[in-house]
Design a protein around this ligand. Structure first.
Ligand SMILES: Cc1cc2nc3c(=O)[nH]c(=O)nc-3n(C[C@H](O)[C@H](O)[C@H](O)COP(=O)(O)O)c2cc1C
Length: 190
């Protein structure tokens, strides 16, 4: 098999991907006595029915081999939780400063976040040097508030209060109770 050299290098690809602005999550889990978390911005929604979300984990991470083994929580960090993001990315803060909400729980989560989903493993897929872990959502809590952002390797602040969505006609409108019944759905050619 011949492979064509790509017309870009890794650094350009990283720079490109870094322009896709995301929130920041920490995936937390317990496996026996071990309670851990990993900072992940490669988190995305997958499906509402069944309710599925995806996290992409580097094969070199400690967590990659654990997520498929039991429940995990995806915590969306709040804008004042930059230190928490760095803690779970290998730059530790003081142990007693880590905002665990419930260290003894079978599904430990973090306090002070925008919200979290609890998941059970659904499928895992080969993602090259990453593994794509898809979890089925079994519970959630949404406190709301302003999220931590990640853009170009930095944590910029959200400039304004989010406005009401301009796209309530869309199938992805997060607050429409019944997206397929949205009154002003876009239709091709109209
Ligand atoms: C903002 C931010 C986002 C990150 N996103 C990811 C990610 O999506 N996937 C990943 O594998 N690592 C990501 N990392 C790196 C991991 O957090 C880091 O490798 C961590 O040490 C993994 O923990 P573990 O080895 O205990 O699993 C990110 C780091 C930061 C600071």
């Amino acid at each position: 098999m011949t492979t064509t050299a790509p017309a870009f290098d890794r650094a350009r690809l990283r720079a490109f991907l870094g322009h896709f602005t995301t929130g920041v999550t920490v995936v937390t889990y317990r496996r026996g006595e071990l309670v851990r978390g990993a900072t992940v911005n490669a988190f995305t929604s997958v499906s509402l029915d069944p309710p599925l979300v995806l996290v992409s984990l580097d094969r070199r991470s400690r967590s990659v081999g654990h997520l498929g083994d039991g429940p995990f929580v995806v915590n969306i960090l709040a804008e004042d939780q930059r230190d928490v993001a760095l803690h779970f990315a290998g730059k530790p803060m003081e142990d007693d400063a880590v905002p665990w909400a419930d260290l003894d729980s079978p599904v430990p989560r973090l306090a002070g976040t925008v919200g979290h989903v609890e998941c059970t493993p659904w499928r895992a897929y080969d993602g090259g040097d990453h593994v794509l872990h898809v979890g089925e959502v079994t519970g959630l809590d949404l406190a709301g508030g302003r999220p931590l952002l990640f853009f170009g390797g930095e944590f910029p602040r959200l400039a304004e209060e989010p406005e009401a969505p301009h796209w309530s006609w869309s199938l992805d409108d997060p607050i429409a109770p019944q997206p397929f019944a949205a009154p002003h759905r876009w239709e091709a050619g109209k």
